[in-house]
Design a protein around this ligand. Sequence first.
Ligand code: GRF
Length: 219
Amino acid sequence: MAKDFSVVVLLSGRGSNFESLAEQAEHFSITKVISNKVKALGLRKASSLGIPIDAFSQKELGSVLAQKEAIYSSALESSPDLIVLAGYMQILEPDFVTKNFGKVINIHPSLLPKYPGLDTHKRAIDNGDTLHGCSVHFVDVEVDTGPVIAQATCAIEPGDTPDSLSQKLLTFEHKLYPWCVNQIAAGEISLGLDRKVSYSPASRQSAKENGFLVSLDVA
Ligand code: GRF
């Protein structure tokens, strides 16, 4: 049965986070999956689940800006409650981010504010870190910034490589992201006008039980 809280997913690649969202959607429906890569595997996965898809190629539209405009207008078409970036590898236009602040979230494979950008696993290993993790955050204009909603941590063990660490972390991502979206959809987590994330007592308890850090733990 369709749920009232609607989510549009933007992705560029294999879409494993999208799949985990689709599988664990308790309080929301994914109404559309959009990509900037027409051949993204995640689009095929969405189609096989019967979720509408849209893809926009830069080549066909003539410029990155035209492609971005087409993607944003498709994303906003049905006035979704939340736009969820799941491995979406294109920087959002500042104007889109500002107008939709609080409505767009992202998952990043590091314990933000550590390691925004690419190669997070390699950077954590090279730095000698023993703890790594992933963060779900509201999207702000600078890449990989914005209020953190929750984080999951994962140990870096001797012998870990960027590949082994990324595989290991992915299992945490697949729990953290659906948890965050379900909590937001159920009204248990929200963003205040002061840009601070608020948590109901139930969501704090649930975060604790799942071993997730919420923003007050991080501060
Ligand atoms: C994940 O590691 C996510 O944290 C990052 O991009 C990757 C996407 O993987 N933003 P997938 O396409 O969801 O499998």
